[in-house]
Write a protein that binds this ligand. Structure first.
Ligand SMILES: NC(=O)C1=CN([C@@H]2O[C@H](COP(=O)(O)OP(=O)(O)OC[C@H]3O[C@@H](n4cnc5c(N)ncnc54)[C@H](O)[C@@H]3O)[C@@H](O)[C@H]2O)C=CC1
Ligand SMILES: N[C@@H](CC=O)C(=O)O
Ligand code: NA
Length: 443
C-alpha cells in the first residue's frame, strides 16, 4: 500500500474487470494494489478489481484466486462491472468482448493497437451509442503520453506531421545490431524475454505493430479514419549487416520509422500519407540516439511548431503506467458523470498511395570498374525523373569491381522503385548491395 494518506471518498467504488494477465496485466494488478489509496484519492472513489479473465488460472498463483475466471464474456456482462481493462491483445474474442462492454455502457481501457487499427470505428461507434469512454494511451508508444496530447492538448492546432520510432522490439534489435554487431535472431529472443515483443513477434519485425500504431496516430492527428490496411508497411526482417554498414559509412544509422504526413496535391486537395519502413537517418538526428526499447515521436503542428515525445515504448510496467493513467481518467469521468473525448474523424481525408509519396533513396551498388559505368547508371535515374543528390564511387585494389553509392533527392516512391529495378538489370551492375530510404536533416 502507498504511504500517501487518502482523503475519505464518498462515491461508490468503480469496479474494474481486467481481461488478460500477462506481461502488462500482471503489472496493472500490481499497481492497482500498491497504489489503491492514491488512486482512490485521485479518482474520488475507490477503484476495485472485481475480476480477472485469464486463460490458465493455475499460472496466476500470486493473484487472489477468487478474482480469476476463464469466462471473459461472463465477467464483462456482470452488472457490477463499470470499466473493462483489456490487455489480452489480438482481434477475436477481444473485439466482441469490447463491443459488448461498450454497448452496455461500460468504459473501456485497452492497449490493443492491432484491434484499434482494424476495428477502431466499430468500437468508437459502440462507445458513442452508449456514452461510454474508450481510452487507449498504452496502445501507442507504451508509457509515453502521446495520444492524450494529440487528442486533447493539440485539438486546437493543425497537425502536419507525426514521425518517430514506435516499436520497441525492432528498435531494440536494430540498436543491438548497430552497437554490438549482435545477430538479429539473438536480439529478438532477448526482446521477447524482456516482455517487449508481441505474442507473435512477426507483428514487430514485419512492421504490423508499427503500422497499427501509425494508423492510430494518423487517425487522431488528421481527424480521419485510417486503418492498418491504409499504411504502407515494411519491417526490419530484410535489414542486413550490409545496410547497417552502408549507413555507418555515411554517418547515418538505420531506424524503423512511422511517418504520418498531411500532404497537398497539385490541385490543392489535402490527403494523408502513412508509412512504416526502415530508413537511414543522420547520426546527429535526435531519433538516432533513441536506443533499446525506447520510443520517440516528433509532432509538427502549425501553431505549436515542433514537439518531441520520448520514453519507454514497451515493457510491462511502462505500459501499465499508461493503462493506469487511462483508468484514472475514465473512473474520474464516471464519478463526475462526464465523458472523455470521442472519436474525431470529420475531415475524412483520402489516403495517398505509397507510389505517389515523395521519398529519397540511398542505393549502394557493386559495379564493374570500367569507364562509362557512372554515365550508364546516371542515365537510368534521369530517364525516371529522379534527381541525384550525391554520388560516391570507389575502386577496390586489385579487383575488377567498384563500389558506387547514389543518394537521391526526393521523388515519387514508384519512380525510385522502377529506377532501382532498371539499374539492377544493367550488365555493368554486379550486385545491388543495399537500398534504403533516407530521412531527416543533419542537425
Ligand atoms: N508488452 C508490451 O510491451 C506492450 C503490450 N501492449 C499490448 O498489450 C496487450 C497485452 O500484451 P502483453 O501483456 O505483452 O501480452 P501477453 O501475451 O504477455 O499477455 C496476454 C495474456 O492474455 C491471455 N489471454 C489470451 N486469450 C485470453 C482470453 N480469451 N481470455 C483471457 N485471457 C486471455 C494470455 O494467456 C496472456 O496471459 C497486447 O494488445 C499488446 O499489443 C501494448 C504496449 C506495450
Ligand atoms: N511489441 C511492442 C510493444 C509495445 O507496443 C513493441 O515492441 O513496441
Ligand atoms: Na502511450
Amino acid at each position: 500500500m502507498s504511504s500517501t494518506v487518502s482523503k475519505p471518498t464518498a462515491a461508490e467504488p468503480i469496479k474494474v474487470a481486467l481481461l488478460g494477465c500477462g506481461t502488462v496485466g500482471t503489472e496493472v494488478v500490481r499497481l492497482l494494489h500498491e497504489q489503491a489509496d492514491d488512486l482512490a484519492a485521485r479518482v474520488g472513489a475507490p477503484v476495485e478489481l472485481t475480476g480477472i479473465a485469464v486463460r490458465r488460472p493455475n499460472k496466476h498463483r500470486d493473484v487472489p484466486a477468487e478474482l480469476l475466471t476463464t469466462d471473459a464474456a461472463a465477467l464483462v456482462a456482470r452488472a457490477d462491472v463499470d470499466v473493462v481493462v483489456e490487455v489480452i491483445g489480438g482481434i477475436e474474442p477481444v473485439r466482441t468482448l469490447l463491443v459488448d462492454a461498450l454497448s452496455a455502457g461500460k468504459s473501456v481501457v485497452t492497449a490493443n493497437k492491432a484491434l484499434l487499427a482494424e476495428n477502431g470505428g466499430e468500437l468508437f461507434t459502440a462507445a458513442d451509442d452508449s456514452g461510454a469512454d474508450l481510452y487507449f494511451e498504452a496502445a501507442v508508444a507504451g508509457a509515453i503520453p502521446l495520444l492524450r496530447p494529440l487528442r486533447e492538448s493539440l485539438a486546437g492546432d493543425r497537425i502536419t506531421r507525426v514521425m518517430g520510432i514506435v516499436n520497441g522490439t525492432t528498435n531494440y534489435i536494430l540498436s543491438a545490431m548497430e552497437a554490438t554487431g549482435s545477430g538479429y535472431a539473438e536480439a529478438l529472443e532477448e526482446a521477447s524475454r524482456l516482455g517487449y515483443a508481441e505474442a507473435d513477434p512477426t507483428a514487430d519485425v514485419d512492421g504490423f505493430d508499427a503500422a497499427a500504431k501509425a494508423a492510430i496516430l494518423a487517425s487522431i492527428a488528421f481527424h480521419t479514419r485510417v486503418t492498418a490496411a491504409d499504411v504502407h508497411r515494411e519491417g526490419i526482417s530484410a535489414v542486413t549487416a550490409a545496410d547497417i554498414a552502408a549507413a555507418r559509412s555515411l554517418g547515418r544509422t538505420v531506424k524503423l520509422l512511422a511517418i504520418c504526413e498531411r500532404v497537398t496535391d497539385a490541385g490543392g486537395d489535402e490527403a494523408v500519407s502513412v508509412r512504416v519502413h526502415p530508413a537511414m537517418i543522420p547520426k546527429s538526428h535526435p531519433l538516432a540516439g533513441v536506443g533499446g526499447a525506447f520510443n520517440a515521436v516528433f509532432v509538427e503542428a502549425d501553431a505549436a511548431g515542433q514537439l518531441m515525445f520520448y520514453g519507454q515504448g514497451a515493457g510491462g510496467a511502462p505500459t501499465a503506467s499508461a493503462v493506469l493513467g487511462d483508468l484514472v481518467a475514465v473512473a474520474r469521468n464516471r464519478v463526475a458523470s462526464g465523458r472523455g473525448p470521442r472519436e474525431s474523424a470529420y475531415a475524412e481525408l483520402p489516403v495517398r498511395p505509397m507510389g505517389q509519396t515523395e521519398t529519397a533513396y540511398h542505393i549502394s551498388l557493386d559495379v564493374a570498374d570500367q569507364p562509362g559505368v557512372l554515365t550508364q547508371v546516371a542515365a537510368v535515374f534521369a530517364e525516371h525523373g529522379v534527381s541525384i543528390a550525391a554520388v560516391r564511387q570507389e575502386g577496390r585494389d586489385h579487383e575488377p569491381s567498384a563500389s558506387l553509392v547514389v543518394v537521391t533527392h526526393a521523388a515519387p516512391d514508384a519512380a525510385l522503385r522502377s529506377t532501382v529495378d532498371k539499374v539492377a538489370g544493367l550488365p555493368v551492375v554486379r550486385e545491388v548491395v543495399s537500398v534504403m530510404r533516407v530521412e531527416g536533416e543533419e542537425q
